[in-house]
Design a protein around this ligand. Structure first.
Ligand code: ADP
Ligand code: MG
Length: 254
């Protein structure tokens, strides 16, 4: 056999990275089970492709910069009676990605907005979509670090290229004119193509103040809400769950 056509070199050249380790066990299994040639070939290729899928998922996961892993299974829907479990479960089928429907979670702190948005992002990553997590504050700060048109274009790509973008915590930071324009560019570039998940504790009527520009806020919301699912959660904070009211100090008369 000519040099370079030995099995280890062939596996390396074809970038079949999982097989060098797995092959001895797979060969032993094939011998023990007297597999057909076709059955063996399929078994080997399935193992390699599954390993490649796992690596790709890990790469997407790293690129997505999730602050923490959350899942729908870990969400206690009975704690939030105003939230429709059916609507959230339907979103988890990910058809919102195909239809480029934005998803906005509105509500006070602690009701699970970030948890639900992160769980949907995790589903999208598992299904093979690229995704990216940011807070609005982080997005605004990132813009302050670029000082050239090229750098700005690069940064815009970070927010427009991933198939699903999550912008968390809208409402805590008030944007400068430049930052508000940047957000508007992101929303416009993604409009009717790739969805945005948003969480906010601020009602849409206050977005003019948030973006320091009423006209821009109206145009941004017009695009954002044209195809959108708005989920309002009006319950108690989960962070306060189980906390007993503080015991009152005994009164001097008792
Ligand atoms: P928000 O973004 O609305 O401020 P978070 O999603 O950050 O709230 O939730 C606060 C914490 O409580 C997180 O650790 C989250 O996982 C947890 N949490 C919130 N709601 C629920 C729930 N219904 N079931 C389980 N965990 C929850
Ligand atoms: Mg949050």
């Amino acid at each position: 056999m000519s040099a370079g056509y030995e099995l280890p070199s062939l596996l390396e050249r074809l970038r079949l990275k999982a097989l060098p380790t797995l092959l001895p066990a797979l060969l032993a299994e094939a011998r023990a089970q007297q597999m057909t040639y076709e059955g063996f070939l399929q078994r080997v290729l399935v193992e390699e492709v599954q390993a490649q899928d796992r690596r790709a998922h890990e790469r997407r996961l790293r690129a997505a910069k999730l602050p923490v892993r959350k899942s729908l299974d870990a969400f206690d829907f009975s704690f939030q009676p105003t939230l429709s479990e059916r609507v959230v479960r339907e979103l988890a089928d990910l058809s919102f990605i195909q239809s480029a429907t934005n998803v906005v979670f509105l509500g006070p702190p602690g009701v699970g907005k970030t948890h639900l948005a992160l769980a949907l992002l995790a589903k999208a990553l598992e299904a093979g979509y690229s995704a990216y997590y940011t807070t609005l504050m982080q997005l605004a700060q990132d813009l302050e670090t670029v000082h050239s048109p090229m750098g700005r274009r690069c940064l815009l790509g970070r927010y427009t290229q991933p198939r699903v973008l999550l912008i968390d915590e809208i409402g805590y930071a008030r944007l400068s004119a430049e930052q508000a324009h940047f957000l508007f560019e992101i929303v416009t570039a993604r409009y009717e193509g790739s969805p945005i998940l948003l969480t906010s504790n601020t009602s849409f009527t206050e977005w003019g103040t948030l973006l320091s520009n009423e006209v821009l806020a109206t145009a941004l919301l017009d695009r954002l809400l044209h195809h959108a699912e708005v989920i309002s959660i009006n319950g108690k904070s989960y962070r306060m769950k189980g906390r007993m009211p503080l015991a009152r100090p005994p009164s001097p008369l008792s």
